[in-house]
Design a protein around this ligand. Structure first.
Ligand SMILES: [Zn+2]
Length: 236
């Protein structure tokens, strides 16, 4: 809710700025009693929207990790960056304080199943257990239900949620950070691919991934990107 309001506020601010610019323009007198056409207005509004920062989302799967996730949270906090964490239920159960901290610091939490399984290999009852057990225990910790799921291995098919209504979240840039312990390599792989509205997949289960993520954040921020949750990029 808070995030949506923020989006609306930015939009309204943009509209107000656009209106102010129009007034300045028409009141400047340079063009005399010239009446602004609707085409001109549209151009001003469009320009205002184009000046908004390009959005991008960092997403982290498989945590929380007792050491690396807090390290990542420290770095994100320092930079004022919001991210998305798809948590494995059994890890959330083992490290509840880290789960609470993720939530309290304004990040979005999603479901990554209880024991990191291929959902399509399971019976309906098993799928339900993997998903609901995770949702329930995280909801108990943070006081808010989970809406989103990132299926392990991207393994998902229509109706696999058995009517539970969870929304799958994919990614558009795969860091393949689990392949290497070399942070520089991960940074290069991500920043050379990253574009506006991308959802970047990483794992806060490795120290090299956390180091890389913070470097990626600095580089992309310098390039004018604004970090948002995955939710902000998938909502219509
Ligand atoms: Zn995973």
């Amino acid at each position: 809710m808070r995030r949506k309001m923020k989006g609306t506020a930015v939009f309204l601010l943009g509209m107000m700025l656009g209106t102010a610019l129009m007034h300045m323009d028409s009141g400047g007198g340079a063009r005399g009693a010239d009446i602004q056409t609707s085409a001109e207005k549209t151009a001003v509004e469009k320009e205002g929207l184009e000046q908004e920062p390009r959005k991008i989302a960092l997403t982290f799967d498989d945590g929380p990790h007792p050491v690396y996730t807090p390290k990542l949270l420290d770095g994100l906090k320092e930079r004022g960056i919001t991210a998305t964490f798809f948590l494995i239920g059994r890890n959330a159960e083992a490290y509840p304080d880290v789960v609470r901290r993720i939530y309290e610091e304004g990040h979005l939490i999603g479901n990554h199943t209880y024991s990191h399984v291929r959902l399509s290999d399971l019976t309906e009852e098993e799928v339900r257990r993997e998903v609901e057990q995770t949702s329930n225990l995280i909801e108990e910790l943070v006081g808010e239900p989970l809406i989103y799921i990132r299926p392990p291995f991207g393994d998902w098919k229509e109706d696999i949620d058995c009517g539970m209504g969870v929304i799958p979240v994919w990614w558009t840039v795969d860091s393949r950070d689990w392949e290497t312990g070399n942070a520089a390599e991960i940074v290069k792989r991500v920043v050379t691919q990253a574009e506006e509205n991308d959802i970047i997949l990483m794992h806060d289960w490795y120290e090299s991934s956390v180091d890389a993520a913070l470097q990626i954040a600095d580089i992309l921020e310098q390039q004018g990107y604004e970090f948002v949750t995955a939710e902000e990029l998938i909502l219509p």
